[in-house]
Design a protein around this ligand. Structure first.
Ligand SMILES: Nc1ncnc2c1ncn2[C@@H]1O[C@H](COP(=O)(O)OP(=O)(O)OP(=O)(O)O)[C@@H](O)[C@H]1O
Length: 230
């Protein structure tokens, strides 16, 4: 049997905000291409865990590993580079740039990585088509529906072929049908490009689409496998 390599790992992560202990020794490992849902009560530490794993927050103690290499102690510049080169992000209210069109928003990560504007826009056009939003190409974010905006966010997250996509309630602001479509597109794109997804959700039907559900309780990870092969 082939054992999948870990793309992302954390050991004993702790993080406090003043007197609040948000994480109290969280340990987990995400395999290459794995789709993992992070669930747990409000305030249990899900977002803090995700932000520590993504290098947005620095844990007070513990280690974060990306492909076996320690990354929590990298300089801010190196962590920004890691996020740009290896990670994609989809949040509840997508942080699209209002001054740019949908097409330019999708192309942006490639431009930031040094691709020419022309080539980045050509690649963005492919993603617009793949996700069924090519008619929105020239619209600004405020001219998009919630579901269209999240599809643009999925395209923007996937265009740079990330190893890991961090998604914090990506369908939380959408109705059921739009949410299901966005989630399906995110999962299909990730499977096609062998990206792992770390998905924070309150929604059981969203969690049920993952390979594995990771339960966070009081800042600690309680891991359980959900029957599907990893
Ligand atoms: N920037 C911050 N400053 C102060 N306290 C914070 C901060 N971020 C998180 N906390 C606290 O840390 C704890 C964990 O918060 P976190 O947002 O990680 O939980 P969560 O499980 O994602 O919650 P929710 O499901 O409500 O989004 C909570 O008690 C929260 O109030």
């Amino acid at each position: 049997m082939m054992i999948a390599e870990a793309v992302l790992g954390a050991t004993n992560l702790s993080k406090s905000f003043n007197l609040t202990a948000a994480l109290r020794g969280a340990t987990l490992s995400i395999s290459e291409g794995e789709i993992a849902a992070i669930v747990g009560p409000s305030g249990s530490g899900k977002s803090t865990l995700m932000h520590c794993l993504a290098g947005i927050l620095t844990p007070d103690s513990g280690e974060v590993l990306f492909r076996g290499r320690r990354v929590d102690d990298l300089s801010e510049t190196k962590r920004t580079q890691l996020r740009r080169d290896q990670y994609g992000f989809v949040f509840q209210y997508s942080q699209l740039v209002e001054e740019l069109t949908a097409r330019e928003n999708i192309a942006l990560p490639l431009v930031l990585r040094g691709k020419s504007r022309r080539r980045a826009l050509m690649e963005a056009d492919r993603w617009l088509q793949r996700l069924g939003i090519d008619s929105c190409s020239e619209r600004r974010p405020s001219q998009l529906s919630g579901g269209q905006g999240q599809r643009v966010a999925v395209a923007r997250a996937m265009i740079s072929r990330p190893a890991v996509v961090f998604a914090d309630e990506p369908t939380g602001s959408l109705d059921t049908a739009a949410g299901e479509l966005v989630l399906s597109l995110l999962i299909e794109s990730a499977r096609r490009h062998k990206a792992a997804i770390l998905l924070v959700t309150h929604d059981q039907t969203v969690a049920a689409r993952a390979d594995r559900v990771i339960n966070v309780q009081d800042g600690i990870v309680e891991d359980r496998v959900m029957g599907r092969p990893l």
